[in-house]
Write a protein that binds this ligand. Structure first.
Ligand SMILES: Nc1ncnc2c1ncn2[C@@H]1O[C@H](COP(=O)(O)OP(=O)(O)O)[C@@H](O)[C@H]1O
Ligand SMILES: [Mg+2]
Length: 310
């Protein structure tokens, strides 16, 4: 079953009498299968938070529909298996972390006999045990984010929805939070998180989508989306004939310290065929590794294309 499915999900902000001309989200259709960390990418204003609010039943769509585990967002049973971290969590500053999490646990109807143990478990997961009885008002951004994650995983959710969880954190804080999110994935939680920072996504996600001005530009498995842009060919030391043959076609050459060569080629069908057959004939002399586009190049190429169309 798909964890999340949307069909032409559309949102116009405004009232009946006053509507924005352009939708914040325009006919979003995606399917996210179980078992993935899904990166929902896009620049500011793309419609990420709008989508998440629709999934969390905080706002209603203008048209189209969303399903989580096959159920509409207002299904109460389904809501019990969700964990959610909003984009700018604001918690009551005068509560301690414990008091806050205790209220959340009560709202989630975790039985009183289990509450204390569960709270201790989640603060341990987010490495905040030391600050359990400190007031939230004194917490840094990173600490607040961690308490936000702690409340989101109190009910051992099947799906964790995080809106820009890494924003405003220093590199160390980001790494720690990434590790926490990955640990959730490893215990079988589906994760859906939005980000406008590409490097977050490349290392953590199996699948991504890119949203731009309310339009979905692409989605799929990361490795399928990043196309092969060329190949790197490693030629062993002493294979001068091969080097002489290939050198004119190479767009980059590196002479390595052991006397071997690394040649870079662009993706051209004829050339790729020739390289492949050379490698088959001389498997010891040369090896080919396809080189892939990185996510940053891919992202900006997609957005540039979209700017020309939209
Ligand atoms: N409550 C709102 N009322 C009117 N317009 C809104 C509201 N929330 C968001 N928008 C607009 O919708 C668009 C998408 O915003 P948002 O979903 O917050 O994008 P993102 O999270 O990707 O930065 C933006 O143009 C934003 O100005
Ligand atoms: Mg947002």
């Amino acid at each position: 079953m798909n964890v999340i499915e949307t069909k032409e999900l559309t949102k116009f902000y405004g009232s009946l009498f006053w509507k924005k001309k352009e939708p914040a989200l325009d006919k979003l259709t995606i399917e996210i299968p179980e078992g993935s960390v899904f990166g929902f990418l896009g620049p500011n204003g793309a419609g990420k938070t709008t989508t998440i609010r629709l999934l969390m039943d905080l706002i209603k769509p203008s048209s189209g529909e969303a399903l989580l585990f096959g159920q509409p967002p207002d299904n109460l049973e389904m809501k019990r298996v969700l964990g959610f971290l909003p984009d700018n969590p604001v918690f009551s500053t005068y509560l301690t972390a414990y008091e806050f999490l205790d209220i959340c646990a009560k709202l989630l109807r975790i039985p009183s006999t289990e509450r204390k143990k569960r709270i201790e478990e989640v603060v341990d997961t987010v490495k905040m045990s030391k600050h359990l009885f400190s007031k939230l008002g004194g917490f840094s951004r990173g600490m607040t984010q961690r308490i936000g994650i702690a409340q989101a995983i109190l009910n051992k959710p099947k799906l964790l929805i995080l809106d820009e969880p890494l924003v405003g954190l220093d590199p160390h804080g980001r790494q720690e939070l990434k590790d926490i999110i990955l640990a959730q994935k490893n215990r079988g939680t589906n994760v859906f998180f939005s980000s406008h920072i590409l490097s977050d996504v490349e290392k953590m996600c199996d699948r991504i989508s890119i949203l731009y001005q309310g339009n979905l530009l692409c989605y799929g498995k990361l490795e399928d989306l990043l196309s092969e842009t060329g190949s790197r060919v490693h030629v062993k030391h002493g294979e001068d004939e091969i080097i002489k043959d290939l050198l004119p076609e190479a767009t980059g050459t590196i002479r390595l310290s052991d006397g071997s060569w690394e040649l870079v080629f662009q993706n051209k069908p004829e050339l790729s065929k020739r390289l492949k057959s050379m490698a088959e004939q001389n498997p010891k002399a040369l090896t080919i590794t396809p080189s892939r586009e990185n996510l940053e190049d891919f992202f900006f190429r997609k957005i540039e294309n979209a700017q020309q169309i939209i």
